[in-house]
Design a protein around this ligand. Structure first.
Ligand code: NAG
Ligand code: NAG
Ligand code: NAG
Ligand code: NAG
Ligand code: NAG
Ligand code: NAG
Ligand code: NAG
Ligand code: NAG
Ligand code: NAG
Ligand code: NAG
Length: 590
């Protein structure tokens, strides 16, 4: 006796120490059951209404008088023990016990998804009265006779019956009535009925033997209770930051499935207790290669991880990396997301690119979003940007006229595709030469969709915060904030002017005067001195006819009013016509 007391004391001390280490000086374990917040035992350790008690002599946890045997904080469920209702036909002293349970006023309801109302017996009508005013009840019938065949695991009315209950119930009273089919060849005078964890109970024919079942289970069975926070949904709950229960930064809110209140969970890539500040902690995926396979080098990131084939290898790093003599299929963009706007732009880019598939639009291979440092994995375009090539700095030879005309056509095709053919209509909004990438063959790939807008097909224009790059920005859009496909047409006109003049459109200072390429270009056209501003290389390689046609095309693209500008499809057609030296300019040059 002394020994066991000492042992118990020691155990209690150990439990208490472990609890202190958890942080808030609250007991977080009772016996071998966790007591996670919002639940708690001592005042100050639980959310209002989530108080439990621990009987240290028994090492048992209780909510009121309900014994709790497990708590699942992420699914909002608790496993509890509940006594079995019974009814025994004893000709001398018939005896029975109806078991009722009332959760009114608590955060608990009987889980309709996890429990089954179950009865065992051979002359059994079991009733489940689900409300105090008896307005809801259900039940099931179990009969046996000479010819009944019982089978283990089969609970369909032969020795055993089951039914489901409504969601959201907080009261039951289980009672019996008789079928009058009592079979005497079975030694089974008793009926049993209970609400039980459906995955726990499976009928055994031996359950019909007298009181075997009842005795084996100490007269009780496990049942699952749902719990949730409050009685309003997430949106409403968030309004009151004092009472809002999802405390951890990396947590999210879920409406409770039974429609009453809400639950919190950790955001994907995080684990822990969402109800506690700082409770959701980053999962180190790199230490668990079974769940998060990575055959390359693994880097843990907040809420995510990066798995990449090592240098000199390629392949899908989640499956296999193999040596590569070629240059690698992939570029990674790690945006510097220091504010919400940048994050929104980034998400936008992922969305837009996931909707497109065009040889002149950069391909998105993958991304990981559920993270603080999101990444985009792109097709790797090795040749630099169009602006690099126009500046033709070190190691870059200037683009030939042929190349310039082809690149213009390719960009026109990409834009025409985005405006009319992609699964959604997309306005790029930030067309500029530094957003046009060139591969080894100098094929153009449109990139950087951070500022892009997708619009439904019926919409011809959308009002938006003006975004774009000065020098390329449509002046009409700049003034009105009304975004149309014609804004991209304007920016494309700027690209044409750049290709013809070999100059970038970004305003530059010359002898204390700010010069705008577009203005210089349009003035030269008007004054019929176009060739003064054209790149000598272009004049050398291109025919006067072609250069003039491109210049006129640029001019219409740069019209002040969007209505006067051609569509990208018309631009594309005219460029194709120029390339094939066809005279046709079906395009109504407005
Ligand atoms: C704890 O359980 C024991 C044994 O069932 C009981 O005698 C005692 O009263 C309980 N303690 C409390 C505080 O309920
Ligand atoms: C909460 O997240 C965990 C882990 O991702 C998941 O197992 C659990 O089902 C989620 N709970 C709910 C209610 O969605
Ligand atoms: C059992 O089956 C036999 C023959 O199939 C039939 O005569 C008898 O009435 C049945 N007994 C019951 C209780 O249904
Ligand atoms: C059902 O399983 C129990 C053991 O769990 C066994 O004793 C019994 O014979 C089985 N009944 C049938 C009909 O197979
Ligand atoms: C449960 O039902 C039984 C039988 O009808 C009744 O005697 C008992 O009072 C009921 N219990 C509650 C709590 O309603
Ligand atoms: C019922 O249980 C008793 C005692 O556990 C056992 O002796 C008896 O054989 C069982 N009967 C059947 C039909 O399983
Ligand atoms: C959550 O539930 C509230 C009502 O309780 C409802 O208005 C809201 O739309 C629900 N939210 C979601 C995301 O289902
Ligand atoms: C927010 O919740 C707190 C705590 O439950 C409560 O005292 C307060 O009145 C609520 N505020 C509003 C505006 O509902
Ligand atoms: C949660 O986020 C806020 C704002 O970003 C920050 O100030 C706070 O330190 C974070 N808390 C924890 C526990 O990380
Ligand atoms: C990210 O942006 C912030 C503010 O815009 C800046 O201070 C910081 O240096 C940037 N970080 C990197 C790695 O560019």
């Amino acid at each position: 006796m002394m020994m066991s007391r000492k042992l118990l004391l020691l155990l209690l001390l150990l439990t208490a120490t472990a609890a202190m280490a958890f942080g808030q000086n609250c007991i977080r374990r009772c016996g071998n059951i966790d007591v996670p917040y919002p639940f708690g035992i001592e005042p100050g350790c639980y959310r209002d209404g989530f108080d439990l008690s621990c009987n240290v002599t028994e090492s048992k946890l209780y909510a009121g008088n309900i014994e709790i045997i497990g708590m699942d904080v992420l699914n909002g469920q608790a496993r509890v023990y509940k006594r079995i209702s019974w009814d025994c036909h004893d000709p001398i002293a018939p005896s029975k016990e109806s078991i009722a349970m009332d959760l009114t006023g608590s955060p608990f309801t009987f889980s309709d998804t996890r429990n089954k109302f179950t009865a065992i017996g051979c002359d059994t009508i079991a009733l489940f009265v689900g409300s105090t005013d008896q307005s809801y009840s259900t039940g099931c019938v179990s009969i046996c006779n000479d010819n009944t065949t019982f089978s283990n695991g089969s609970c369909f009315g032969a020795g055993c019956c089951q039914t489901s209950i409504l969601p959201g119930l907080q009261f039951f009273n289980i009672t019996f009535s008789s079928t009058g089919h009592k079979d005497i060849s079975w030694d089974n005078p008793c009926s049993f009925a209970f609400l039980v964890d459906g995955s726990w109970y499976s009928f055994r024919t031996t359950d019909l033997n007298e009181t075997d079942f009842y005795d084996r289970n100490d007269g009780r069975v496990p049942m699952v209770l749902d719990w949730s926070i409050g009685d309003v949904g997430c949106e409403e709950a968030r309004q009151n930051s004092t009472s809002y229960a999802c405390r951890s930064n990396n947590s999210r809110c879920l409406n409770a499935t039974n429609g009453i209140g809400y639950l919190c969970n950790c955001s994907s890539g995080y684990q822990g207790n969402p109800y506690v500040e700082g409770g959701c902690e980053d999962i180190d995926e790199c230490t668990d290669r079974n769940t998060y396979p990575c055959h390359g080098s693994c880097t843990n990131l907040p809420g995510s991880y990066l798995c990449a084939c090592p240098k000199g290898m390629r392949g899908n790093p989640h499956e296999e990396c193999f040596p590569s003599s070629e240059r690698s299929m992939v570029a990674i963009k790690i945006p510097n997301i220091s504010n919400q706007v940048e994050l929104a732009q980034f998400i936008n880019e992922v969305f837009i690119l996931s909707q497109t598939n065009h040889r002149n639009v950069v391909k998105l291979f993958g991304c990981c979003l559920q993270t603080q440092v999101p990444l985009l994995v792109f097709e790797f375009i090795s040749g630099g940007t169009l602006s690099d090539h126009l500046l033709a700095g070190e190691g870059i030879s200037p683009l030939s006229f042929e190349d310039r005309l082809r690149i213009a056509t390719e960009v026109a095709k990409a834009l025409s595709y985005l405006h009319t053919e992609a699964s959604i209509t997309i306005f790029h909004r930030d067309i500029k030469s530094s957003n046009i990438l060139l591969d080894e063959r100098k094929t153009a790939k449109l990139a950087d969709f951070g500022a892009s807008r997708s619009v439904s097909v019926e919409q011809t224009s959308v009002a938006t915060a003006v975004q774009g790059t000065f020098g390329y920005l449509d002046p009409e859009y700049h003034q009105t904030g009304r975004l149309t496909e014609k804004s991209d047409v304007y920016s494309f006109g700027v690209i044409l002017a750049e290709l013809l003049t070999g100059q970038l459109a970004i305003p530059r200072q010359e002898n204390n005067v700010v010069r705008y390429l577009v203005m210089d270009f349009l003035v030269a056209l008007k004054q019929k001195s176009l060739f003064k501003v054209i790149d000598p290389l272009v004049l050398n390689e291109g025919s006067q006819e072609a250069v003039k046609r491109i210049a006129r095309l640029a001019e219409t693209c740069l019209k002040l009013s969007g209505n006067d500008r051609p569509t990208m499809r018309e631009v594309e057609d005219e460029l194709e016509a120029i390339r094939s030296k066809k005279a046709k300019a079906r395009m109504p040059l407005r």
